[in-house]
Ligand binder design. Structure first.
Ligand code: GLV
Ligand code: MN
Ligand code: MN
Length: 406
């Protein structure tokens, strides 16, 4: 493998793609936007020069295919192309590019593979535009339902409209379902500090945290901030805070480690001299143990009851619910063996972050491999990778794909 050349091209790709992904100076590549389209144009041209057959499915997942010699079985590799708002450069995109460079190099060295290989750039994994997320991977396994297309973004555009406007075909969603995929491999930065602190080069993921996202709406009464005595108010924000300020207590009480995050909050009417009557916020709850997630949801519901007793309305909706997932044990063992044979140190671990692999895994044997990110920082513009980690991931993925397809 010509590591120097690959690294040089890879760094250029990250820099170019970053330029296409800025919204008001911040990196945000939400799906079905012009940033997404520009980046897909860049990647399409780049993949074609490397010999891939490029296509987009009905949901606009970007696919680069190398046909196999002998079978119609496909090995799928990749990750998502979207980012969170004001996010980092490597989350998702690294896994897509690692697949491209690993396969390009393998074809150069060993010629046409026996099994077909496809690199996928999934749409809207993060949920930074459509909160339920995992849109592209759900389509690939046939789990995206017609009702899911009714979800709206902050501007009121539905997923159905957004896909159509970008050139996709929501009504043909079922055609995106793939029956030829024999295994799926995702390479990703860890996005947390565990792997870096372990001092190992590769994280072999055995399980991915479950995730439930709630959208909570509190409705109170709009009043004058100067004249309404404190005891007579129905301040929606003050009551919402009773839920929000308990996140640390609720997570501290779960038997297995858990997290709960309020990352989005909308307040109305939003004037310094008006008591707010409307607050809507999300709660992102995660654990490798479903009981811990249930415990936190139950705690939130109990607090909501006390708010209702104070005369306000509280509505709790579940907008995403992904159970904790075990990844394929045989692939994990094979990858352990590969790390040993290739002389890479590794660590078998749980993933705190969500990944497309968790949507694919219940349907298709799947493996998720981590490389460290600097300081464990992610979902921030400060996200960074070392050049050594970039190449470690590509090296290990190359060996994995060689064993699968040649
Ligand atoms: C995706 O990065 C997630 O875990 O939210
Ligand atoms: Mn992410
Ligand atoms: Mn990601």
């Amino acid at each position: 493998m010509k590591e120097g050349k690959i690294l040089k091209e890879l760094l250029q790709d990250f820099a170019e793609i970053k330029k296409h992904s800025l919204v008001d100076g911040e990196l945000w590549r939400a799906s079905y936007t012009k940033e997404d389209q520009k980046v897909k144009e860049y990647l399409t041209a780049m993949m074609r020069t490397k010999g891939f057959i490029v296509s987009q499915d009905a949901l606009m997942n970007l696919l680069g295919q190398i046909e196999g010699r002998e079978s119609d079985e496909t090995i799928l590799v990749g990750s998502h192309l979207d980012t969170v708002k004001n996010g980092g450069e490597f989350d998702g995109l690294y896994g897509f590019l690692a697949g491209i460079y690993a396969i390009e190099n393998l074809v150069k060295v060993y010629g046409q593979p026996k099994r077909s290989l496809a690199v996928v750039g999934f749409m809207e994994e993060e949920g930074s535009r459509f909160t339920s997320g995992y849109i592209g991977s759900r389509a690939i396994v046939g789990e995206l339902k017609d009702s899911d297309f009714a979800e709206v973004d902050r501007s009121g555009t539905s997923l159905r409209e957004a896909v159509k406007l970008a050139g996709g075909k929501p009504s043909e969603c079922i055609s995106a379902k793939r029956l030829d995929i024999k295994a799926f491999f995702e390479v990703h930065i860890e996005q947390g500090p565990v792997l870096e602190q372990s001092g190992k080069q590769i994280g072999l993921v055995e399980s991915i945290n479950g995730l439930r996202i709630l959208q909570i709406t509190v409705r109170g009464r709009q009043d004058h901030a100067g004249t309404t005595p404190m005891g007579l108010r129905k301040d929606a924000l003050l009551h919402a805070c009773k839920i929000i300020s308990n996140m640390d207590r609720l997570t501290e009480n779960t038997i297995s480690p858990s997290t709960a995050t309020v990352g989005e909050l909308l307040l109305k009417p939003g004037s310094s001299n008006v008591v707010p009557d409307f607050v809507q916020f999300t709660v992102d709850i995660r654990s490798s143990d479903s009981e811990a997630i249930k415990y936190i949801v139950c705690g939130i519901s109990k607090i909501a009851e006390t708010i209702k007793h104070a005369g306000l309305e509280v509505k709790i909706e579940v907008i995403a619910d992904e159970p904790p997932i075990q990844l394929d044990d045989d692939l994990l063992k094979a990858n352990e063996m590969i790390c040993k044979e290739e002389g890479y140190s590794y660590f078998v671990m749980n993933s705190g972050a969500g990944h497309d692999a968790q949507v694919i895994a219940p349907h298709i044997p799947s493996a998720l491999l981590f490389v460290p990110c600097v300081g464990g920082r992610s979902h921030t513009p400060e996200e960074a990778m070392t050049e050594v980690s970039m190449m470690d991931g590509i090296q290990i993925l190359s060996r994995v794909l060689y064993d699968q397809a040649w």
